[in-house]
Design a protein around this ligand. Structure first.
Ligand code: GDP
Length: 479
């Protein structure tokens, strides 16, 4: 009970408005067809064009995926190292598992969009735990890169100076964009530390060069979608796929990322125990980038200042003059996520020690406090994923500046969060928080380059739908 079962229409409910294909084995991935029971119906419908492109991608994946005839042929080609002159049957983009989980989810969604735009097959390096965290998103054929893939041992060491790195080859004039013959594979370095030559990836000329390279291998920790919107040759396709531009991650995230059964257990048990019965759910994601150990008083002050000022949480009556809350007082559940337990403890005590001015009662819950990032541990990442997902099930969301963890929650939830600004000199910023322009994630390391004029340019002022982010002044986001 408490969980809403009102979405009876299968297409709009269980299949998320046609985003999901029908016919998957339900037991293998319980979250795929039951996530809708935990959410309000999205206000954003996927376009019929997006739906048809997803179905045709699924066909492509089935035809070219791991261990198909086409895959084996492309693999032979790769092993031979011969240059490519003609067209190839199937082309691939391999996504390397890299960085924290929030970063991985965002970079993988970006890479899937890139695969859609360029008719490539997406294959996912399993790293330590991709298979443990996520269900298979495509029918019939796995999205996981087989473990015997020839270059797999090099993934960790690939960087911007690698001989196969696209940017590095451009820098050393080993390739030029107009050459007729193409290498059988290229490494694309789109990590935040990338250089000017790597950034040419975002130019039309380089995209047309990359077109017939059968294997692209990409390492990135960024949500690079905003800059794809600035590549002229992708413009029409992007506006057909996403007539409502701010829904890119919202739709692709819900399409791709289904929690595996054990993560779904973490999510549903927690939701039913602590959140389902509330009249309203408020998520507060606290992620402080500070080398000192918290909790910090100025951060607690900032959280209170933001949530009270914006009326997301009720004020408490310090005089304790409200004696008996009414029988039908509203119940608000606050879900706090943080590596530390201090902030939620203070908040919980505040609402226990004093009544609220509104008569509402407020429960404060925090699933875990892992103390520090431990990306190499399985249970740690399961909890991180469960918490991002739980945040996405709230009605009102407060996030921390700079954090991809929060971006994932807001995008999946279709929520425009209040962003807690990054603090400086241990003081509460004024204003303490700001409502996001859109639910889209921010691209933290975009290029500032005009490919045509071949000079630097502010890419945040070129078109109305790609702007600088609220939380990172040099970042770009779709609005
Ligand atoms: P970002 O660093 O905030 O952009 O997000 P990432 O997800 O890429 O990396 C942060 C990592 O730290 C997460 O993946 C978790 O491993 C851990 N972490 C940070 N905040 C939390 C939290 O509130 N809960 C849990 N369980 N883990 C967290």
């Amino acid at each position: 009970e408490g969980v809403s079962f009102q979405h009876t229409d299968k297409y709009n409910g269980k299949l998320l408005g046609g985003l999901l294909a029908d016919g998957f084995d339900e037991a293998a991935c319980a979250s795929r067809y039951s996530s809708f029971l935990y959410r309000k119906i999205s206000l954003h419908k996927p376009s019929s064009y997006l739906i048809s492109r997803l179905r045709s991608y699924e066909d492509l994946h089935k035809r070219c995926g791991p261990n198909t005839q086409s895959y084996n042929k492309a693999l032979e080609q790769l092993k031979s190292g011969n240059k490519i002159t003609g067209l190839t049957d199937c082309n691939y983009i391999v996504w390397i598992s890299f960085s924290g989980l929030g970063n991985r989810i965002l970079s993988l969604a970006s890479t899937f969009l890139y695969a859609l735009l360029t008719n490539r097959v997406l294959l996912v390096d399993q790293g330590k735990d991709m298979a443990d965290l996520f269900c298979e998103p495509f029918p019939d054929k796995s999205w996981l890169l087989p473990r015997d893939f020839p270059l797999i041992d090099q993934f960790d060491s690939l960087n911007q100076n690698s001989p196969s790195c696209h940017g590095n080859m451009l820098k050393n004039n080993v390739i030029n964009s107009s050459a007729m013959s193409k290498p059988s594979y290229l490494y694309l370095h789109l990590v935040h530390d990338y250089g000017d030559h790597d950034k040419l990836f975002f130019c039309d000329g380089d995209q047309s060069f990359l077109q017939n390279v059968p294997w692209l291998i990409m390492k990135t920790d960024n949500y690079y979608v905003p800059s794809l919107f600035l590549i002229p040759s992708f413009e029409t396709e992007l506006s057909n796929l996403f007539p409502e531009k701010v829904t890119v991650f919202h739709h692709l995230g819900r399409y791709l990322f289904h929690p595996s059964n054990h993560v779904w257990g973490l999510i549903t048990r927690y939701y039913r125990t602590y959140l389902a019965k509330a009249d309203e759910r408020i998520g507060i994601q606290i992620r402080i980038f500070d080398s000192r150990r918290g909790p910090f008083k100025h951060v607690m002050d900032q959280i209170l200042s933001c949530t009270l000022k914006e009326k997301l949480l009720p004020e408490v009556d310090m005089q304790d003059s409200v004696v008996n809350p009414s029988e039908n007082a509203k119940l608000k559940a606050v879900l706090v996520t943080s590596l530390l337990s201090g902030y939620s403890e203070d908040l919980r005590n505040m609402y226990w020690e004093h009544p609220t001015m509104t008569g509402e009662v407020v429960g404060v819950y925090q699933p875990s406090h892992e103390e520090f990032q431990q990306t190499e541990k399985q249970m740690h990442n399961r909890k991180a994923w469960a918490e991002m997902y739980l945040l996405s099930l709230t009605d009102v969301l407060v996030t921390s500046a700079w954090s991809t963890f929060g971006y994932v929650a807001q995008g999946l939830g279709g929520l425009r969060p209040w962003i807690l600004y990054k603090t400086e000199n241990d003081t509460v910023p004024n204003p303490p928080c700001h409502r996001a322009m859109s639910m889209e994630p921010c691209f933290h390391a975009p290029p500032f380059y005009d490919c045509k004029a071949k000079k630097g340019i502010d890419t945040g002022i070129l078109v109305p739908h790609v702007r600088h982010c609220e939380d990172i002044s040099w970042g770009l986001k779709v609005v």
